[in-house]
Design a protein around this ligand. Structure first.
Ligand code: ATP
Length: 507
């Protein structure tokens, strides 16, 4: 199955099983805005609490915050968003489609990278156990040429971004003969900068109203509350403030489902540290965050670090954790060493001191900040797309199964009476009533048992409990595992033990 076909399946499965709907669908939708259905909402909430647990609950020196979406307009002047939160926009004159110039170049590089990967796979097959990847990369002529090309594009690309040189960026697109993915045309406009913030107004009358922005990131709510939280919690540096909340960006291109939305949710944590210690904390948080991702059991090969081509106006080091989405490796999470840029600027613009007083050394200073920032929706897409698969079964039939990490699955256990009579529904409901106090469970008595298993597979439910005639006699039940499809007969106590062990988390 091609990547494109796989991505289409992900989108249609998300809709068919109540995970993600297009916003205002009956009015033909609103571009790059989505709603989460009954199952999507649960998965999303589980992602958020898995993050919250790892960041806040398990760290004594990290606390939470819920700041508002609307903030004083000066916040965005101080943060640099009014002047510098731009993306380079380019239009194709023939297809009339709009693109981000940097993304066109990144996609071009990704195509060459995937050619290298294909050559590696071919060679691996050919040489078997004798295959030496490093030797192959440095000696195979075609692969060496590809790598040289990537290096030279990277060099001119990062130079152009570094200097905000839009002409140089356009020259790269022309020199590489990058074509519009839709029309194949190379007839491009010049590149312009486009500010991504959504404007709105505060107040009823037009003359007294105030121009505001919907926040493009949750981080600034943390910075302006830094001293409020520090003083009321009496936390000492190093400490962190975590927040989950909506952010809004008027994205130029929005054609990748929930990967790039105009209204989305972020999980951000700002870690306040002593100036000079940022390198050490940057490495620590890179490691911690990668560990968090891997704790979900998704294969390691799907993640990689990517250092930024161009450092944002606030950063002295930055990288992304990229994930292998159905359309290739793309940013899932950003880890940024933000220096004292934000706090120092808020001090300047508000004329209020934002300093930490170190009682031990009797000194006060503006802390440096280490940020980890991940999109809830991108995490949703990463987990969801990675979990969806079609499996061939022994009897030559196939099944669609959503192999979600159990801790994130919307429903943990489905309770299914084998048939709708002989008192089996009653026994099933008694068990359900006990289980639902502890776990999100569902009950289903419609259709043949095989069809019901398939339905739960497609929803990602890790365990099904079937109640049959024997259950009535000896209080034992059949527990079916989603992934292995094995079935075991257990009593109630053993059932609970199995469920608990499925939901065990190893951060
Ligand atoms: P990109 O380069 O893909 O536009 P970014 O570097 O602008 O992303 P950040 O500003 O670092 O993104 O935001 C932190 C995180 O927020 C990202 O890693 C991503 O998971 C999420 N995010 C950013 N923009 C969007 C969006 N438009 N839709 C969904 N999630 C987003």
């Amino acid at each position: 199955m091609s990547q494109e076909e796989k991505f289409k399946k992900v989108i249609s499965h998300a809709k068919e099983y109540g995970f993600v709907f297009q916003s205002s669908e009956i009015y033909d939708g609103l571009s790059a805005v989505y709603d989460y259905g009954q199952n999507g909402l649960e998965l999303k909430n589980n992602i958020k609490s898995y993050w919250w647990k790892a960041m806040v609950q398990l760290n004594e020196n990290i606390v939470g915050l819920d700041s508002s979406i609307l903030m004083h307009p000066k916040v965005w002047k101080a943060s640099g968003h009014v002047d510098a939160f731009n993306d380079p926009l380019i239009d194709n004159k023939d297809s009339k489609k709009r693109y981000r110039a940097d993304v066109l170049i990144e996609d071009y590089i990704a195509k060459i990278e995937s050619k290298v990967q294909k050559e590696i796979l071919k060679a691996k097959k050919r040489f078997g156990d004798k295959f030496d990847k490093d030797e192959f990369l440095s000696t195979n002529n075609r692969v060496v040429q590809y790598q040289d090309k990537i290096k030279s594009i990277h060099l001119s690309f990062s130079n152009a971004l570094e200097k905000d040189d839009l002409l140089a960026l356009k020259k790269i697109i022309d020199d590489l003969e990058i074509a519009c993915p839709i029309s194949g045309s190379k007839n491009w406009t010049e590149i312009k900068q486009f500010n991504l913030m959504f404007g709105t107004k505060l107040g009823a009358s037009s003359d007294s109203s105030m121009d505001l922005y919907l926040r493009p990131e949750t981080a600034q709510g943390i910075f302006v509350n830094f001293l409020n939280v520090q003083k009321t919690s009496r936390l000492k540096i190093p400490f962190g403030i975590a927040q989950i909340g909506k952010a809004f960006r008027n994205e130029i291109v929005a054609r990748q489902f929930i990967f790039r939305m105009r209204e989305f949710e972020q999980m951000e944590m700002q870690f306040f540290i002593k100036p000079g210690t940022q390198k050490e904390w940057y490495e620590k948080w890179k490691e911690k965050r990668m560990k968090w991702h891997l704790s979900l059991g998704i294969e390691k090969e799907n993640y990689r670090f990517h250092d930024h081509e161009k450092l944002a106006h606030y950063a002295d080091a930055a990288c992304d954790i990229e994930f292998n989405f159905p359309f290739g490796f793309k940013e899932l999470e950003g880890i940024h060493s933000r220096t004292d840029f934000d706090l120092a600027n808020h001090e300047k613009f508000s004329s209020k001191k934002l300093r930490y007083y170190d009682t031990q050394n009797n000194e006060s200073y503006i802390p440096y900040v280490l940020e980890t920032s991940i999109g809830v929706d991108r995490m949703f897409l990463a987990v969801f797309s990675n979990s969806l698969c079609e499996e061939k079964l022994e009897d030559n039939s196939s099944r669609i199964v959503l192999k979600l990490p159990p801790i994130l699955a919307p429903i943990k256990v489905a309770v299914l009476p084998l048939i709708k009579k002989d008192g089996l529904p009653k026994v099933a409901r008694e068990l359900l009533d006990k289980l639902k106090l502890k776990y999100p469970v569902s009950y289903d008595e419609k259709d043949a048992i095989g069809r019901r298993y398939r339905r739960q597979d497609a929803l990602g439910t890790p365990l099904c409990i079937t109640i049959d005639h024997q259950s009535k006699d000896d209080n034992t039940f059949t527990l079916r595992d989603r992934d292995s499809m094995t079935q075991v007969r257990l009593n109630e106590k053993e059932l609970i033990k199995e469920i608990e062990s499925k939901l065990l988390v190893k951060f």
